[in-house]
Design a protein around this ligand. Sequence first.
Ligand code: ISE
Length: 345
Amino acid sequence: MSENLRVAVIGAGRMGIDHIERLSRRISGAEVAVVVDVDLARAQAAIEGLPQAVALTDAEEAISRDDVNAVLIVTPGFLHEDILIKCLERDLPILCEKPLTPDAASSWRVVQAEERLGRRRIQVGFMRRFDDEYAQLGSLIREEKLGEMLMLHCAHRNPNTPPGFTNQMLINDSVVHEFDVIRFLTGEEITSVQVRLGKPTRHASEGQHDPQHVLIETESGVLADVEIYVNAQFGYEVATQAVFEQGTVTIGNDAGPYVRTAGTWGGKITPGFEERFGAAYDVEVQAWVDAAKRGDIGGPSAWDGYATAACCEAGVSAQVSGEKTAVVLSPKPALYSTTRQPELV
Ligand code: ISE
C-alpha cells in the first residue's frame, strides 16, 4: 500500500472540496482514499480525476476500511462528536474543521475520550495559526521587543452569509476564530466575553443582528475588541491591530499591488476566506499530514477545541444578556500540558 497518508474526507461541501484539492494537488505525503457525503452524487463529483478514491455515504464504513489511515472531518459542527469518537476508537489521526463541536459539554466528552485513549489524535482546523502574518505577530509578542502586548483591536468582516447563518453563528462560526487566535497569541485562556449590539445593517438576514461588538478578556487582563460584521458587502477582511507598550502592529490589510491608472488609484479587496487563508490552509494540512505520520498532531488540540467551545457558549449567552459573562473551563488534563506525545517522551 502507498506510503502516503490515505485520508477519508467526511463532507464534500465547499470546504471539503477545497481540502480534497489541497490533499490531492497542493501538499505532499497524502492522498484522498474516500470521500463521504450524504449526497452520493456530490461525493462522486468530488472524486472525479482521483482514480484511487471511492465515494460513499456512510462515514463509519469509510473509517473502517483497511485502506484508510487518517480522517479529515468537514461536516457541519453538530455532526462532529459522533464521528470523532468513532475515529478515536479506531486510533486514527484526525483533522477536524472548526468547531470541534458546537458546545462545551460535547467538546469535553471528546476531550475525555481522547484522554482515555492516552494520546492526542485530534487536530482542530484553526487555520489562522498557520497564516504568515499571524505567525509574525506571535513572534513579535513573544520577543517582547515592543514591550508587553496590552490590547487587540480585531475586525472580522465577511461579504455576506449563506442561507441558514443564524445570529448564534456570528459567535460560533465566525468569532470562534478570534477566540482561538487570541488564546494562541497571548498563550492565555479567555476569562470573559461581553457582546454589545449596536446599530444594525439593513443587509442582515432575518434573525441576525449585524454587526456585533465583542469584548474579550484574558487571564492577565489583555482586552480584545472584535467587530464581527458578516454582511459587510464589500469583500472579506480579517485585520488586527495589536497595541504594545512601545508601539502597535497591524496585520491583515490587503497589501496590494496598488495600481494608479486612468485617473484612479487603489488595489483589490480579498473576496473570501479561501483566498485570504488559502496559503494558511496549505501549511495547516501539511503540518497535520507530517505530524500524523509520526503519530502526533501538528496544530491546535482537542483542548483548544474545547476551550473555544466554552468561549462560544459564554459569547452566545452574552449576546442575549448583554452582560460580561465568565468563561468556565474544567481543569486541563495532563495530556494537553506536554508538548510531546506521552508515549514518545
Ligand atoms: C467561516 O466558516 C470561516 O471559517 C471563515 O474563516 C470566517 O471568516 C467566516 O465568518 C465563517 O463563517
